[in-house]
Ligand binder design. Structure first.
Ligand code: PLA
Length: 432
């Protein structure tokens, strides 16, 4: 042991004095060129917009890029239920590691939101679930799980989708296929093309579904359409993985927004779900979420959970504590939970109100285009139909920041900026 250390130390001091070369198969390189071949990564299409917004000194600037809720003064919101939970937790000296699967209490309370308070699957312990690093972490862990246990499988992803879905399944090395979702002409759901793609996919395929408030389009299937999708999935033995990042943001009621999931459960599917508290509890930076997989029986659930933990262990070992404590404090207290439900509704309603104002403002300006979709779409986003060039003009001429696919985060629209935004949109679209 001591000898090995001496040899290592000697080697280290030699390295410090003489420029070391490494052989990478293509000849010798000096130490200074270890990362020579590393090119700058392309900017993230969503978080890159926030970076550009922050760098803009203009007092007029508006950020409708990232889906982060703002109050009507454009300020980030800490929900009252969260403030109260913080107050109750203040002084807590519990700083221990959570288990690999995170807080069991938080996970149990979270499953009820998705599967229902009285879910038989929860009672029968058929759900393998662990706390994750918010919704992104849940998706990534599932993708890694899919790769490990169904190595030859692919994932079908809607067109369009949250841009990070592509990165997640790419980095998990799961090949991606796409399915039709949005119809640009009608600015609605391309239901028949979606059903064709579901039908034509090989039996037993994995599909990624947005449970509600589809990002970026704000277009969801109707309840009846969900039933048809579920039936077809059944006939094809497909696996449905639901990403539910906006539970409560579609209708203002988390239970109603879980309808798609409940339909699949009624039909006997064994599904997977990613849940996130970033948006509906405003816990963006706390990174608290949950991945669950409904299994055949309790025994299988134990195995699947142990494997999910095994995936988490070398990645981040165990998830962060504080956000999980906040969620548990809120959801286990009936009073705090009902305060939360009220606050979710307030956020959803403010967004719905801004949709109406934005549409009316554009119509009052005499826009020759139809803006009906602004009020028809639901959730945090409006898929405006603006072209990348029009978005570029909004940014360069009006300091309005949004993703180049024309997605407007309605959560960033306020009474104070909606007129400015409508006017700018009118200016860049009136001649089209
Ligand atoms: N799934 C979907 C569909 C999302 O839109 C987002 C976040 C997530 C998962 C992940 O959220 P979480 O990890 O924070 O829980 N989408 C945001 C932010 C709000 C982002 O891109 O990360 C968006 O602006 O699209």
């Amino acid at each position: 042991m001591a000898m090995a250390m001496m040899i290592r130390n000697a080697a280290a001091s030699r390295r410090a004095m003489t420029p070391i070369s490494g052989d990478f198969g293509g000849g010798l390189r000096s130490m200074s060129s270890w990362w020579k071949s590393v090119e700058p990564a392309p900017k993230d299409p969503i978080l890159g917009v926030t970076e550009a917004f922050l760098a803009d000194p203009s007092p007029d600037k508006v950020n409708v890029g990232v889906g982060a809720y703002r109050d009507d003064n454009g300020k980030p919101v800490v929900l009252d239920c969260v403030r109260e939970a913080e107050r109750r937790l203040a002084g807590s000296t519990f700083m221990e590691y959570l288990p690999m699967g995170g807080s069991a209490k938080m996970v149990d309370l979270t499953l009820k939101l998705a599967y229902g308070d009285d879910s038989e699957f929860i009672k029968d312990k058929r759900i393998a679930a662990i706390q994750t690093l918010s919704g992104t972490g849940a998706c990534r862990l599932f993708a890694d799980f899919q790769k490990r246990f169904c190595p030859g499988s692919q994932i079908y992803i809607p067109v369009p989708t949250w841009s990070n879905h592509h990165n997640i399944w790419r980095d998990a090395e799961v090949p991606q296929k796409t399915y039709h979702y949005y119809h640009p002409e009608t600015k609605g759901l391309d239901f028949s093309a979606l059903m064709d793609d579901v039908k034509n996919a090989p039996d037993g395929s994995f599909f990624l579904l947005h449970a509600c408030a589809h990002n970026p389009t704000g277009v969801d299937p109707t309840e009846e359409q969900w039933r048809e999708i579920s039936q077809l999935f059944k006939a094809k033995s497909h696996f449905a993985f639901f990403d539910m990042a906006y539970q409560g943001f579609a209708s203002g009621d988390p239970a109603r927004d879980a309808k798609s999931i409940r339909i699949f459960l009624e039909d006997g599917h064994h599904i997977g779900i990613s849940q996130s508290y970033a948006k509906n509890m405003g816990l963006y930076g706390q990174r608290v979420g949950c991945l669950s997989v409904l299994c055949e029986d309790a025994k299988q659930a134990v195995s699947v959970k142990s494997q999910l933990q095994q995936l988490a262990r070398p990645m981040y070992s165990n998830p962060p504590l504080h956000g999980a404590q906040l969620v548990s404090t809120i959801l286990e207290d009936p009073e705090l939970k009902s305060l939360w439900l009220k606050e979710v509704k307030v956020m959803a309603d403010r967004i719905i109100g801004m949709r109406t104002t934005l549409r009316e403002s554009l119509e009052k300006l005499g826009s020759p285009l139809s803006w009906e979709h602004v009020t028809k779409q639901i959730g945090m986003f409006c898929y405006s139909g603006l072209t990348p060039e029009q978005v570029d003009r909004l940014t360069s001429e009006y300091h309005i920041y949004m993703t180049r696919n024309g997605r407007i985060s309605m959560a960033g629209v306020t009474t104070g900026n909606v007129g400015y935004l409508a006017n700018a949109i009118h200016e860049v679209t009136k001649s089209s």
